[in-house]
Design a binder for this molecule. Structure first.
Ligand SMILES: Cc1ncc(COP(=O)(O)O)c(C=O)c1O
Length: 450
């Protein structure tokens, strides 16, 4: 067990703690944080350690990304070797062999038909890439009038302008003007009055998919390019699709020639016990966005998987013409590709892309043991994702969950909170003893704060 901090890290941390001013932290209460910083300095397997050497059990896979656990040897080695061999290669009009090899490996994991890979560097970039693909696809087929994009209330699709436009989290949108034009939203699926304390998919709400018909009636299908949803909404507080909902959404899209995009940035790479949520739910989208678990969070990376027919629609001009005017300097970055190869090796060797299914029943029972704890108004779960929703403190929304998060941190576990929901999404290497410790500590925190 690691308790003492490496002197090099310690001196770096000591130096940086003296000057926290310059770093403007993302999605953080900067002033509050800097008064009482929560710092992480080392990680291995299921654990983090603080600069002082305090052990923290990782209940959220970093940020839903470290699916194979931390500092996995194959990944570390792959990155180090690649850094020596070739640091960077331009991806425009050039390539490097491993980028092609990785794409071939990735499409072995995807649902049938999603056979093309476009590399990005993050979930946000994957989302904007998929939205652009959808618009350009229709135009390439002579249906350039399909310009409208449909998202869902409470959706989270990253922070770029496309993603916040189709996203449905108010705080992420309200400060940023009018965003993309021609966007509309279907209703979210969260309904505690009918579905509280569901295990797995809730029974009620498949008909909420019909909201897309309402938008078709309003705008006409001929104006709509695509609908984007998270199969399981994570960042908004773990919203699990009602039974039959995704199937119905798929059917309505098919009926009207609308592309269906699944944002699998958190559900991809084993989170639900299948490689992708699409397989778990038996619903195949036309485009699928991923990031996070594609490289185990070790080097930034994302990708869009596209159906062959979407790709082929672009391949109709002269052969020397660029078909899709889009890409990033760091698309298929050699270090990210190496990290992803090491990640896929680790997933395969340890059966991690299906391990979530084995652990899910134990995880589910443990989570639902919190049902009668103070202020718990819902417990929901699927695969290795859990949400515990708390009754908000009147006049202080989010405070109860924040206090719970802080108490958990003080007691040595890392959880996430959004609104008044505590989210758990541990690395897929989690053992039963870790589940007990996570849920036991969380339960104690809820009782202490009651
Ligand atoms: C569903 C979904 N889409 C997109 C993103 C954005 O990913 P990134 O932060 O890598 O840009 C996230 C991040 O949590 C996500 O959960």
């Amino acid at each position: 067990m690691y308790t003492e901090l490496d002197p090099k890290i310690a001196s770096h941390v000591a130096a940086s703690v003296g000057s926290m001013d310059a770093y403007w932290m993302p999605f953080t209460a900067n002033r509050q944080f800097k008064k009482a910083p929560r710092l992480l300095a080392k990680a291995k397997g299921m654990l983090y350690w603080t600069p002082e050497g305090r052990e923290i059990l990782d209940g959220v896979a970093g940020l839903w990304c470290v699916n194979a656990g931390h500092a996995r040897p194959r990944i570390v080695k792959a990155i180090a070797q690649q850094a020596e061999e070739m640091d960077y290669a331009p991806p425009f009009q050039m390539g490097h062999p491993k980028a092609f090899e990785l794409a071939e490996r990735l499409v072995q994991l995807t649902p049938p038909g999603l056979s093309k890979v476009f590399y990005t560097n993050s979930g946000s970039e994957s989302v904007d890439t998929a939205l652009k693909m959808a618009l350009a696809y229709h135009r390439a087929r002579g249906e350039g009038h399909r310009t409208r994009l449909i998202g869902r209330e409470r959706g989270y699709h990253g922070v770029n302008f496309g993603g916040i436009s189709v996203g449905g989290m108010v705080a992420n949108r309200k400060m940023f003007g009018t965003m993309l034009g021609g966007v509309d939203h279907i209703r979210h699926t969260h309904d505690l009055s009918k579905n509280a304390f569901s295990r797995g998919q809730p029974a009620h709400g498949a008909e909420l998919a019909d909201d897309l018909e309402r938008l078709v009636a309003l705008h006409d299908a001929s104006t709509i390019a695509a609908v984007i949803v998270e199969p399981v909404a994570g960042s908004t507080g773990v919203l699990i699709p009602p039974k039959g909902y995704l199937e119905r959404l798929r059917a309505i899209c098919d009926k009207h020639g609308i592309l269906l995009i699944f944002d699998e940035v958190i559900t991809g790479f084993g989170r639900l016990g299948s490689p992708f949520a699409a397989q778990h739910f038996g619903v195949t989208p036309d485009l699928m966005t991923v990031a996070k678990g594609i490289s185990n969070g070790c080097v930034p990376m994302g990708a869009v998987f596209a159906k062959q027919s979407i790709h082929d629609a672009f391949m109709n001009g002269p052969e020397n013409a660029i078909e899709f005017f889009h890409g990033y300097t760091y698309s298929a970055h050699p270090l990210a590709v190496a990290a992803s190869m090491g990640t896929l090796d680790t997933y395969a060797e340890e059966g991690l892309l299906t391990r979530g299914a084995e652990m899910a029943p134990y995880f589910e029972n443990a989570l639902h043991s919190l049902k009668d704890h103070p202020h718990v108004i819902d417990v929901r779960n699927i695969g290795l994702v859990g949400g515990i929703e708390l009754q908000p403190i009147p006049g202080s929304p989010g405070k109860r969950a924040f206090d719970t998060f802080l108490e958990c941190w003080n007691q040595g576990i890392l959880v996430r909170f959004t609104g008044d929901t505590i989210a758990l999404s541990p690395p897929l290497i989690i053992e039963k003893a870790h589940v007990d410790r996570l849920v036991g500590t969380l339960g104690a925190a809820l009782k202490k704060l009651a």
